[in-house]
Design a protein. Structure first.
Length: 366
């Protein structure tokens, strides 16, 4: 009996040692299998702005830093200022053909590629910044924008907004409509088309050339952005009169565009990181402009800048002509008409809300 017990004990112990040996071998095998390194991506971003230019150039740098941090270095982006890799007004082409995976600019610069793009920067007498963001991200505007850029292999996002802009810098006063006739002004987008119809001559210049063009009288006037950026460019030293309101751009969307093939190459988690980093950048830029425009306007007033309001006669003519320009643009394609119909419908609806909220607030502040 005792002998049988000893034999049983030996069998059990042998099995235990065998099991332990298998487990150890399994662990060793597991350790020997190397964990695959995650795929990394190195992208280029070209911009339409001078290097580190307030709000616009710095926005590009910040979103690149944000994506690098959020992705733990799996997606790094090198930012090129306007002219470093491609000229400022060739950003769209560079991204479309894959010279760079990303671009940072403004949609209305590309109206020569597709006139539809103009809707997605600003519409004269149109939506405000908060309204435009709502239409893009809740009202289907972003999907229409993506549809417009799809034939070029480009995917657009809203990377920021300037808020309401100023009417521009002028070297002569505007007393009436006759003063617009023959005026040579830098004004891109739909606002420029309105002024053309009112007798002005518009040109499209990158921001880096605006100061010199004003100072040398190559142009008589120019819009740019708003006090924050205008002060940084020193435009108050090149022109005498600073006009408001910014009828031509009651807000201005800045865009970040991505080459579609490059986007499709990213795994879904990196696509999500890029999307959320851009959304954060969109909010950040509006904060930047809102805070710094107020400070910059005070500084411009201390520099004895002569603020002028456009006469009502001029604003009324601009509004009437804007409606004609926008209807003409809408009639050029089914997509344009769908965009304009959607935008108008939302503007009519949201205006009723803001008449009893935003407008009342500003009236009481006065």
């Amino acid at each position: 009996m005792k002998r049988r017990q000893n034999l049983t004990f030996a069998v059990i112990m042998t099995a235990c040692f065998a099991l332990l040996g298998c487990n150890e071998e399994s662990a060793n095998n597991t350790d020997s299998v190397a964990t695959p390194k995650p795929q990394t991506f190195n992208w280029k971003m070209v911009t339409a702005w001078p290097k580190n230019y307030p709000a616009l150039g710095t926005s590009a740098e910040r979103v690149a830093e944000r994506i690098n941090s959020m992705s733990a270095g799996r997606l790094t982006i090198k930012v090129y200022a306007g002219g470093e890799l491609v000229p400022p007004l060739e950003v769209f082409d560079a991204v479309s053909r894959g010279t760079a995976q990303m671009g940072h600019g403004a949609a209305y610069y590309w109206k020569g590629k597709t006139d539809t793009a103009q809707f997605f920067t600003s519409v004269p007498f149109g939506l405000s910044a908060i309204e435009m963001n709502a239409w893009l991200h809740k009202g289907g505007g972003l999907q229409l924008w993506q549809e417009a850029y799809a034939p070029f292999g480009v995917k657009p996002f809203a990377i920021g907004n300037s808020g309401m802009q100023m009417g521009g810098w002028f070297n002569k006063e505007i007393h009436g409509l006759d003063d617009l006739k023959g005026l040579k002004i830098r004004m891109p987008g739909l606002g420029g088309e309105v002024l053309n119809r009112l007798g002005a001559t518009t040109v499209n210049l990158p921001g880096s050339e605006v100061f010199t063009a004003l100072q040398t009288n190559a142009i008589d006037a120019s819009d740019w952005v708003s006090p924050y950026n205008d002060l940084a460019f020193g435009l108050h030293k090149a022109a005498k009169y600073y006009y408001y309101p910014g009828w031509q751009e009651p807000q201005a969307v800045l865009e970040l565009i991505i080459n579609q093939a490059a986007w499709d190459s990213l795994p879904t988690d990196l696509q999500a990181i890029v999307t959320e980093a851009i959304r954060a950048g969109n909010a950040d830029m509006l904060d930047d402009f809102t805070w710094n425009n107020a400070r910059a306007l005070s500084e411009l007033k201390q520099a004895d800048v002569q603020l002028r309001r456009f006469p009502d006669e001029v604003l009324q003519a601009m509004k009437q002509e804007s409606a004609l320009v926008l209807n003409d643009l809408a009639s050029k394609s089914d997509l344009n008409q769908r965009i304009w119909d959607s935008m108008q419908a939302f503007q009519q609806q949201v205006t009723q809300m803001h008449k009893i909220s935003e407008k009342e607030l500003y009236n009481w502040r006065d």
